[in-house]
Design a protein. Structure first.
Ligand code: SD4
Length: 335
């Protein structure tokens, strides 16, 4: 018979085994020849400089969570970058509203959406995770929380952004263009990129991710995309891997894209195949819409293997590990 004493003994052993197993698994992986970490990967060309910053933490044996926060703060601070952070393009009413989220190896997560006047939304998201009982704060509540935490309230609309917005107002036509920055020659914008999604595995084999954006330029006031939504723009499961997305957020949200990619990896898909399958789901649901838009996924598994897939060509991602700090890879695409 299963008596109470025995049960307590067994469950205590089980508990300590569970506590042990996480680090034990990580250490075992760290020792195997094919384990490729520490490593950090992120979306688009500007991922190179963001990864370099994250690497400073990873190479010292620091935590992946600290690495991804530090990494994505680079494009958030870049005044030439009009798709992420402080110099992001405004919505159609002239408000710069930012979205960001972060997720750690324990499944903790934090997020802010449509936050205004704060240059580093990813750091606010981290504090939502660490200092509140909530996962997500939006709009004025998010700004209020940030100010309470000591963030500086600033005017984010730059002269270039304002000029681009006024130009847009002449036609006021909202039609997200595929890899928009590359094609439209928007004044002041030198990059071909959008949202930054970053995934890292630290030397202990633990994963974290972050995602930050100003969202689709000239969106409706109050519009929130996939980037701050856990499961859509970002998902991390320390047993399996992590995924992040870029592109038209509405289609990613409809398919809970990043969660889907991680679940596919759990079933045995490689990171690239998992991203491809998620892209195919988006296309299958709305084939006509999909032809007109870009969505890309980037993923990494627990072993440090990575891959990406997008609807359209032109999606790039950056990889940084002990061997290479500035590797840029062209993501495969359906079209
Ligand atoms: C959004 N996914 O707000 C973001 C923006 C983006 O390419 O990544 N654009 O929908």
């Amino acid at each position: 018979m299963y008596n109470r004493r025995k049960f307590i003994k067994v469950s205590a052993a089980g508990a300590s085994l569970a506590a042990l197993s996480r680090s034990a698994v990580a250490e075992t992986l760290a020792q195997t020849a094919d384990a490729k970490f520490p490593i950090v990967i992120s979306t688009w060309d500007f991922g190179i400089v963001a990864n370099k910053e994250a690497w400073k933490t990873l190479e010292k044996g620091g935590r992946a969570l600290d690495a991804v926060e530090a990494g994505v703060k680079i494009p958030e601070a870049d005044m030439k970058n009009h798709t992420v952070g402080r110099a992001g393009y405004p919505d159609r009413d002239g408000h710069v509203t930012l979205d960001a989220c972060i997720m750690d190896d324990f499944g903790n997560c934090g997020s802010v959406a449509a936050i205004e006047h704060i240059a580093h939304p990813v750091s606010v998201a981290r504090l939502v995770m660490e200092k509140t009982p909530h996962v997500m704060l939006v709009g004025e509540g998010a700004t209020q929380f940030a100010v309470e935490q000591g963030f500086k309230k600033e005017k984010l609309l730059t002269p270039e952004s304002e000029k681009a917005w006024k130009e847009w107002l002449k036609t006021a036509k909202y039609s997200p263009v595929i890899n928009i920055e590359n094609k439209q020659g928007i004044p002041g914008n030198q990059y071909n990129h959008d949202t930054i999604g970053m995934l890292a595995i630290d030397a202990k084999g633990n994963l974290s991710g972050a995602c930050t954006t100003s969202g689709m330029a000239f969106k409706m006031h109050g519009r929130v995309g996939d980037s701050p939504i856990i499961g859509a723009g970002l998902y991390v499961d320390n047993e399996v891997g992590g995924a992040t997305s870029t592109g038209v957020g509405e289609e990613v949200i409809r398919n809970v894209g990043s969660f889907l990619v991680v679940e596919l990896m759990r079933q045995g898909y490689s990171p690239e195949d998992a991203c491809k399958e998620a892209v195919k789901r988006i296309i299958k649901k709305k084939p006509e819409t999909a032809k007109q838009i870009q969505v890309g996924f980037l993923a990494i598994n627990k072993k440090g293997e990575y891959g990406a897939y997008a609807i359209q060509s032109g999606f790039s991602f950056a990889v940084c590990n002990a061997e290479q700090q500035d590797l840029l890879i062209k993501g495969k695409s359906i079209y």
